[in-house]
Design a protein around this ligand. Structure first.
Ligand code: BG6
Length: 477
């Protein structure tokens, strides 16, 4: 037993982290375009006015906008069957509210998708990946406003119509459940409350985040319905940040604490998007946190009618929870939790846990019984070009090998996993720190944290390793 024939091996990218060309061909300003570089110790700043002499790493990124042909040829050389891309909303509707879409932006994605299809690479398109038009933040405070639903549907309608017959798989909102945490409001939801100046101390209004999530759920369900109406071959998935959580000890208090947090962080959004209704455990959470979700009459029906065709998620690490405070903390991405004494961590403190992936795949599949795609996974690490011009990233190969082994175990456990797209298959800008030095790729890009570099691409050792994995459908690891 092993991966089924036709398993979709590939890689994943997001427009805002790779394309650059932030003000080219009519593109509008997105939320991330106004974020400065940070690091693991220094948070990215949000500057509503672009500051002269400040470095904004997403504005050029790795210039995928002009180099995608070269990059896709390299992905094809590795044997990719699928490429997860996102569309920059601001290339299609620069402020979100134009009457007509920007033809230049649509043309770019026509060409990009055609380039994938030329190599028989299936495009998997995320509609919204951490880069909504900043104008919508200014006017509506992002998804806090219900107006966003219609604005988003107009955008979806244009894309579903334009790419009919070319694209099969879509994702609505990247890591939608990141908005269950305090850092999840700005990039994922475009919510920027007065006084928020950087990623670490966002002024948090939970009511707005959860109301925003409700609007996103309705929009996502409407998008599923619309996609099916436009093309019955379309498959639309949800996308969750899955951060496997263990109780720190077998103390029943730790177990209950972990279950409660898991409900909110890992299960709530998936439950709404896959099962089509709000889970009962949220009633208590909303009461205890003084959150009141405003709904319109049809909303619950819409949620029921627009459930996801498949479930996709990111998996990088696991964390622990305890009922007792004062334990050693770890922080990664938008997550905070406790240190697991059995695990090692990456240079950025993300706890590496391949078996947690097998466990999570089983948990998710047991719960939903629909096909799963693992659409982000990987090791952010420092890479160096040695004297012979090589990048020997054995640490990355090891990380990926161990995770693929556990995927295989899960498949043998009976999980219907249909795709694997490791994150940042070519080096891109880090979402949370803005660094280039946090590299995930099979392909090295000569671009440094200060913006210097030739942007030339170099294959890493992991490039050949992954090529063989794909060629053998996961047998040669
Ligand atoms: C995920 C996001 O949460 O984590 C990606 O969907 C992001 O956009 C990835 O890049 C890794 O995070 P980082 O900060 O290492 O780029």
């Amino acid at each position: 037993m092993s991966f089924k024939e036709g398993f979709l091996w590939g890689g994943a990218l997001a427009a805002n982290q790779c394309e650059g060309a932030w003000d080219v061909d009519g593109k509008g300003v997105s939320c991330v375009d106004i974020c400065t570089i940070g690091s693991s110790t220094k948070p990215r700043r949000i500057t509503p006015q672009i500051e002269k002499d400040t470095f904004y790493p997403n504005q050029e990124a790795i210039d995928f906008y002009h180099r995608y042909k070269e990059d896709i040829a390299l992905f094809a050389e590795m044997g990719f069957k699928i490429l997860r891309l996102s569309i920059a909303w601001t290339r299609i509707f620069p402020t979100g509210e134009e009457m007509e879409p920007n033809e230049k932006g649509l043309e770019f994605y026509d060409n990009l998708i055609d380039e994938c299809l030329k190599y028989n690479i299936e495009p998997l398109i995320t509609l919204s990946h951490y880069e909504m038009p900043y104008a919508l933040t200014q006017k509506y405070n992002g998804w806090a406003s219900r107006e966003m639903i219609n604005i988003f549907m107009k955008y979806c309608n244009v894309l579903f119509t334009r790419f009919k017959g070319k694209v099969k798989y879509w994702l609505t909102f990247n890591e939608i459940n990141s908005a269950t945490g305090t850092h999840g409001s700005f990039l994922p939801q475009g919510i920027l409350n007065e006084g928020s100046t950087h990623f670490k101390n966002m002024v948090d209004i939970p009511q707005l985040r959860y109301q925003g999530l409700h609007h996103q759920f309705v929009a996502s369900a409407l998008a599923v319905k619309l996609a099916h109406e436009i093309d019955d071959n379309y498959k639309v998935g949800c996308m969750q940040l899955f951060a496997t959580a263990y109780p720190l000890t077998c103390d029943p208090d730790d177990i209950v604490e972990t279950q409660t947090r898991n409900h909110i962080r890992n299960w709530f959004c998936g439950d709404v998007q896959v099962r089509g209704s709000y889970p009962k455990y949220m009633d208590r959470f909303f009461i205890e946190n003084n959150i009141k979700i405003e709904m319109q009459e049809d909303d619950l029906r819409i949620l029921k009618e627009g459930t996801a065709d498949f479930y996709s998620f990111s998996y990088y690490m696991s964390i622990c929870y305890s009922s007792k405070p004062d334990q050693e903390q770890v922080e990664a991405n938008m997550l905070k939790g406790l240190k697991n004494p059995y695990l090692k961590a990456s240079d950025w403190g993300w706890q590496i846990d391949p078996k947690g992936l097998r466990y999570s795949l089983n948990e998710i599949y047991d719960r939903y019984q629909i096909p799963l795609m693992l659409v982000e996974n990987g090791l952010g690490a420092y890479d160096e070009i040695d004297q012979n011009g090589k990048i020997e990233d054995d640490y990355r190969i090891e990380y990926l090998r161990q995770h693929v082994e556990q995927m295989k175990e899960a498949v043998n456990d009976g999980v219907d996993l249909i795709a694997y797209t490791p994150w940042g298959c070519i080096d891109i800008v880090s979402a949370f720190t803005g660094e280039m030095s946090k590299r995930y790729g099979f392909i090295y890009v000569d671009k440094q944290n200060d913006g210097s570099g030739t942007l030339d691409r170099y294959k890493k050792k992991s490039f050949d390793w992954y090529k063989k994995v794909i060629a053998t459908n996961g047998e040669s690891l």
